[in-house]
Design a protein around this ligand. Structure first.
Ligand SMILES: NC(=O)c1ccc[n+]([C@@H]2O[C@H](COP(=O)([O-])OP(=O)(O)OC[C@H]3O[C@@H](n4cnc5c(N)ncnc54)[C@H](OP(=O)(O)O)[C@@H]3O)[C@@H](O)[C@H]2O)c1
Length: 342
């Protein structure tokens, strides 16, 4: 497994990051795997050389962090791995997320949502307790908080770093101007800037190429995209004209994917991907990840529900594409409404 640096930092991360949203409890989302089903997958990821793991406090109402901590203690040395988590949304197993896809926030008790100083200080301690570790390597804001002054959030994150509870900070989906503003505020005050951007980017959703990706490239910020297979859509086993159809539990029940993708042009993208993958003798998934790696991405954050999916992700780091092939995969893309920010 290749390693690279996280943006401008000295932190060494595998070119494939394992997304831990798939592991927790199916009480949260029906396609999520429980502890027994998850363990062999995480073990196999570690055996493949993956040392970068991404979770969030809200996944499975905190159970994803619990399993992440437990598995990594079982399989890894703490000083070799990079554990990333996130703060913003309420931690409540009845809140399945997907606000940008029409999901509704539950009634939230005061200070259970957002990026105030109070919320961040509380949330980091809760995450550390669930993960069973003294520090996280990368502490990310899951969204932009329009209700908290940017200065308050950036100073609180800096204080979390200075308290030794996080080594680096990162951000996730937001408008490029919001990200640039937060970075500017941090720099002006001598606070810790974000090292990474975790955004929505894959062959079926390329809106980030307009503003966010050039900004990150210019500023030396690592790009670690979420849903690199468009939540499984790019695998080629989702059905046009039947959103609840498909080969897997996630295909049937992932209402967020059903909102974001499934347009005719998205199916055309999958067809092009599938044809080139077949010609190369690799899976759609391997080729879709390889495309991302050729677009200057640091590490896609992959979701894996079956063991061979991990091997297919690892294979992507060895697959070399020509500029022509990259262009062929992109041809015919139709712009999407911006999704994944709320
Ligand atoms: N920051 C954010 O707002 C945000 C949002 C979403 C996700 N994330 C992060 O990103 C991670 C990945 O998200 P994701 O799970 O949506 O990613 P994804 O890689 O786009 O989708 C993963 C799904 O694709 C299918 N799949 C994976 N490998 C495959 C293969 N080789 N062949 C066929 N199908 C394959 C599996 O679904 P089946 O079960 O159908 O096989 C799997 O559950 C999460 O765990 C989380 O850490 C962050």
């Amino acid at each position: 497994m290749q390693q690279t640096r996280l943006g401008s930092t000295g932190l060494s991360v595998s070119r494939i990051c394992l997304g831990m949203m798939t592991y927790g409890t199916p009480d949260w989302r029906p396609w999520v795997l429980d502890e027994a089903a998850s363990r062999p997958l995480v073990k196999h990821a570690v055996d493949l050389g993956i040392n970068f793991f991404d979770t969030a406090d809200m996944y499975s109402g905190g159970q994803s962090e619990v399993l992440t901590g437990r598995f990594l203690r079982e399989f890894c040395r703490r000083d070799e791995i990079v554990v990333a988590t996130k703060v913003f949304f309420p931690v409540d197993v009845t809140f399945s997320g997907g606000v940008a896809a029409g999901g509704k926030l539950p009634p939230v008790a005061p200070n259970k949502l957002g990026l105030s100083r109070k919320r961040i200080f509380h949330a980091i301690d809760e995450s550390l307790a669930r993960l069973g570790t003294d520090y996280v390597d990368l502490y990310q804001i899951h969204r932009f908080d329009p209700n908290t002054p940017v200065e308050e959030t950036m100073e609180a994150l800096h204080d979390v770093v200075k308290a030794g509870k996080a080594r680096y900070i990162g951000a996730s989906s937001m408008w490029a101007w919001q990200f640039a503003k937060m970075q500017q505020v941090a720099r002006t005050h001598g606070w810790t800037p974000f090292a990474s951007m975790q955004n929505h980017y894959n062959l079926a959703y390329r809106e980030e190429e307009r503003e966010m990706l050039p900004l990150c490239r210019d500023q030396g910020v690592a790009v670690i995209p979420w849903s690199p297979l468009a939540r499984g859509f790019l695998a080629g086993n989702r059905k046009a004209g039947d959103k609840q159809g498909g080969a897997t539990s996630r295909a049937e029940t992932d209402n967020i994917a059903q909102t974001y993708y499934y347009r005719a042009s998205d199916f055309a993208t999958v067809e092009r991907l599938g044809a080139m993958a077949a010609a190369k003798g690799v899976s759609n998934a391997t080729l879709a990840y390889a495309w991302l790696l050729h677009k200057g991405v640091t590490a896609p954050i992959i979701g894996a529900s079956k063991l061979p999916q991990l091997d297919q992700a690892a294979a992507a780091t060895e697959l070399v594409l020509t500029a022509d092939e990259v262009a062929q995969l992109e041809a015919g893309y139709e712009p999407h409404p911006v999704t994944g920010h709320a």
